[in-house]
Design a binder for this molecule. Structure first.
Ligand SMILES: *Cc1c(COP(=O)(O)O)cnc(C)c1O
Length: 434
């Protein structure tokens, strides 16, 4: 039945040996979601060191959106590597950094003049966005939402909803961070505007609007469990921020650059952030991240304030241009949206047959299956069983949700219909055997 080669045993002998070595050599603080060690990858197929294959519905958490070994990305990176791999843009610049910034300024949400700054990781870009917003407003407060995720650096640890295990033992978390209730249509009955008013009333009490520099928002929460707010939620928050001089920052690190059937998830909601943060999918796996926003805000810090040794690395920028070329080519976002419709139809059908599925939701190549007990409470045990079985059958899926009970699907937008069908069949079998 399967086209992927599996031995029905995970891990194989070679992976098992590496996993044992890892236990003595690598800090226990580095998570180990699967024990399979990858030898090579192409398109949507991962091959491990034992020769077992897996359909990749994780993409390294939404990074290889155009598939592994994307030929144009590969060519651009190798070509740049031959020319030079580093000079440091702030010392002796090069054109690809400028072109990546220009492309992002053109495609980011908002019909106004923009500028960008590049960095290496998502968390670093989030930190840059906050520094800029604070410098622009001369305020300190940062508003975030329940179930949000923004990274693992010291500042971003304070922005995350989940402190355990991410911040456990890491010392005091930074101050002036205010977390408001989100809109979670599966769990609350509130319409989007009512949910936003509740969040706003709370923030006005615990912070005060004029204490807030920025409101950092994932338009669809990724790690939180693919939570899409009720219609009107984002618009009402935006209106309040605009009225009160609070910089709206969209964290589109996971949702941006084609993942949800649009270049930016903000577009689905007519949500117009002042700044948008991108990373993950931007350079096909080479670490590049960016903040793109209104010119007057982006110019708020003094020259020299932002950047680091590897910021806007030339190999990353070359890869990013090849990624952005493909994402903006005709039909690409239509395909991302179509993948969403195929997956959604398949998941709804599974939901009819398996009561452990409480909810299915998502757009494009970002979907979540919320697994629940009969009383509606989170069911992380079902996630563990289904994801483990799926892996044995040749499908890699991701965890999500603040209780680890949301099965996340993030395929490449270059995935074939046949592989989507096969992935859905594997999920069906994994649920049937639960
Ligand atoms: C992955 C992610 C981050 C952090 O990015 P890193 O590159 O891991 O630092 C921040 N926000 C969101 C929404 C993410 O998905």
């Amino acid at each position: 039945m399967n086209s992927v080669k599996t031995m029905n045993r995970v891990p194989g002998a070679m992976s098992e040996a590496l996993h044992e070595l890892r236990a003595t050599e690598i800090s226990a603080a580095v998570g180990a979601y699967t024990p399979i060690y990858i030898s090579h990858a192409e398109g949507s197929i991962l091959t491990d060191v034992d020769g077992q294959e897996y359909i990749d519905f994780g993409c390294g958490i939404g990074v290889t959106t155009l598939g592994h070994g994307n030929p144009a990305v590969l060519e651009a990176a190798i070509d740049q590597m031959r020319k030079f791999s580093h000079t440091l843009f702030t010392i002796t610049p090069y054109d690809s950094y400028v072109r990546v910034a220009q492309r992002l300024n053109q495609i980011a949400p908002g019909n106004f003049a923009k500028k960008s700054v590049l960095s290496s990781t998502g968390a670093e870009a989030v930190e840059n966005a906050i520094k800029i917003a604070r410098a622009h407003t001369r305020r300190n407060g940062i508003a975030v939402l329940d179930h949000g995720y923004h990274g693992r650096t010291n500042l971003t640890l304070g922005l995350n909803y989940k402190a355990v295990p991410l911040a456990t033992g890491a010392g005091p978390r930074p101050g002036e961070i205010y977390r408001a209730p989100n809109s979670h249509p599966f769990l609350d009955e509130m319409d989007g505007v009512a949910a936003a008013r509740k969040a706003i009333a709370y923030l006005e009490k615990i912070s005060g609007a004029d204490n807030l520099a920025c409101f950092l928002i994932e338009p669809i929460q990724g790690e939180g469990g693919v939570i899409e707010p009720a219609p009107g939620f984002l618009n009402e928050l935006q209106r309040w921020c605009n009225d009160n001089g609070i910089v709206v920052i969209a964290d589109e690190i996971q949702t941006g650059l084609g993942r949800t059937g649009a270049l930016f998830a903000s577009e689905h909601f007519d949500f117009v952030p002042d700044m948008v943060v991108t990373a993950k999918a931007i350079a096909g796996g080479i670490p590049v991240s960016a903040v793109t926003g209104r010119v007057d805000i982006m110019d708020s810090m003094k020259p020299g304030a932002l950047s680091g040794t590897y910021s806007g690395n030339p190999v990353g920028c070359a890869a990013a241009l090849a990624v952005l070329d493909q994402l903006t080519a005709p039909g690409m976002m239509d395909r991302s949206a179509e993948i969403g419709r195929i997956i959604q139809t398949g998941l709804r059908e599974l939901k009819e047959r398996y009561p452990v599925i409480g909810d299915v939701r998502g757009r494009g190549a970002l979907h979540g299956i919320e697994l629940t007990h009969p009383d509606g409470s989170p069911n992380p045990e079902a996630f563990k069983a289904v994801s483990t079985r799926a892996l044995e059958l040749g499908l890699l899926v991701l965890p999500g949700g603040s209780d680890g009970h949301v099965l996340r699907l993030l395929p490449a937008i270059t995935v074939s219909d046949e592989l989507i069908d096969e992935a859905l069949r594997i999920l069906d079998r994994a649920f049937a055997e639960l």
